[in-house]
Design a protein around this ligand. Structure first.
Ligand SMILES: Cc1cc2nc3c(=O)[nH]c(=O)nc-3n(C[C@H](O)[C@H](O)[C@H](O)COP(=O)(O)O)c2cc1C
Length: 168
């Protein structure tokens, strides 16, 4: 994105669902991708925009992302965005339920970023294949998600973030 440096930090441990979304976002935002353990906290100074994404595990982002944000200096003041994939069964509960769940699922990471004066330009959540615990015995939920439509939504989200970031 011109001379601005952007980074997405992603942890995707269950089925690689969030990494698939990350690749779409990264392509659109011309962004590097790193895992939390690959990031040295001092190097985040170099980036003008940082995205944080993972699956949702026990109603929040992966702890490695939360712990990384804890290490940011006070007043870090970065421009950021947050995204995730979640096992909420959208075919049963619907997209509206998932969108409402976003506030809960993103609140831990959101609060930590805001406590470091980071500006959150937007949030994105989408369904992800889930075979956690007993679900594996029934073939799992959200089969084949994220799908093509989810990738299109991710692309649209990336374009919105790009516009916000560049002040377009
Ligand atoms: C240990 C574990 C806990 C999970 N907890 C939740 C949860 O609290 N809420 C939810 O919506 N999905 C939950 N899920 C489902 C994942 O969020 C979903 O499958 C996600 O797409 C996984 O992303 P990943 O493949 O990038 O790791 C959980 C999955 C695992 C393995």
């Amino acid at each position: 994105m011109d001379s601005k440096k952007t980074l997405i930090i992603c942890q995707s441990i269950h089925h690689g669902n969030t990494m698939k979304v990350t690749e779409v976002l990264a392509n659109e935002l011309d962004t590097e991708i790193k895992k939390p353990f690959e990031v040295k906290i001092e190097e985040l100074n170099e980036y003008d925009l940082i995205g944080f994404g993972s699956g949702i595990y026990d109603d929040m982002h992966h702890t490695s992302l939360l712990e990384l944000v804890d290490k940011l200096p006070e007043g870090a003041g970065k421009k950021t965005f947050i995204f995730s994939t979640s096992g909420v069964p959208v075919s049963i509960l619907g997209d509206k339920f998932l969108q409402n769940y976003l506030a809960k699922a993103h609140s831990a990471l959101r609060n930590k970023l805001e406590s470091k004066d980071c500006k959150i330009l937007g949030d994105f959540i989408c369904p992800g294949f889930n075979t956690n615990v007993f679900l594996k015995y029934f073939g799992g939920l959200n089969k084949n998600r994220p799908n093509q439509k989810d990738f299109e939504n991710a692309k649209e989200f990336a374009l919105r973030i790009k516009g916000e970031f560049l002040g377009l």
